[in-house]
Design a protein around this ligand. Sequence first.
Ligand SMILES: NC(=O)c1ccc[n+]([C@@H]2O[C@H](COP(=O)([O-])OP(=O)(O)OC[C@H]3O[C@@H](n4cnc5c(N)ncnc54)[C@H](OP(=O)(O)O)[C@@H]3O)[C@@H](O)[C@H]2O)c1
Length: 120
Amino acid sequence: MILVTGAAGNVGSHLVTQLLDAGEKVRAVTRTPGNRSFPEQVEVVPGDLTHRDTLAEALDGLERAFLFPVSTGLDAFLEAARLSDLQHVVLLSSSTVTGRPAFTYAQWAAHRAAAFGGRR
Ligand SMILES: NC(=O)c1ccc[n+]([C@@H]2O[C@H](COP(=O)([O-])OP(=O)(O)OC[C@H]3O[C@@H](n4cnc5c(N)ncnc54)[C@H](OP(=O)(O)O)[C@@H]3O)[C@@H](O)[C@H]2O)c1
C-alpha cells in the first residue's frame, strides 16, 4: 500500500487513479475526510501535513509515500515519518529545479527536496 498525500489535488488525484490502475493499494490522507470524494478502493484517513501528531494513522504500517509539497513546510511530516516504517518518499517538486535553477520557485522547491535528503 502507498500513502498519497494531496490525493484530492490536481496532481494527487491523477496519481491515485494511476496507482489503482497499476494494481497498487492506496491510502489517502486528507484534512477533511467527510468532504472529499475518492474511488471506493481508496482507504481514506484523516491527517494534516502541518501537524505531526495527526499523521500516525496515515503512516501506520506503510513503507512508501507520495509527498505533496505543502507550502508552509515539510517538517511536521518528516518528524512523523522518522517515527514510522517509511522507507521511500517521492516528493512532488518542479521541473524548474533543473530547468531554471535561479528562479525563486525553483530554489524553494530544491530547498524542500534537500530537507529530506531526497534526490531531485
Ligand atoms: N499542479 C501541478 O501541475 C504541479 C506540478 C508540479 C508541482 N506542483 C506543486 O504542487 C503543489 C500544488 O499541487 P496541486 O496543484 O496538486 O495541489 P492542489 O490541487 O491545490 O491540491 C491540494 C491537495 O493538498 C492537500 N493538502 C494541502 N494542504 C494540506 C495539509 N496541510 N495537510 C494535508 N493535506 C493537505 C489537499 O488535501 P485536503 O484539502 O483534502 O486536506 C489537497 O488534496 C504546489 O506546491 C505546486 O507548486 C504542482
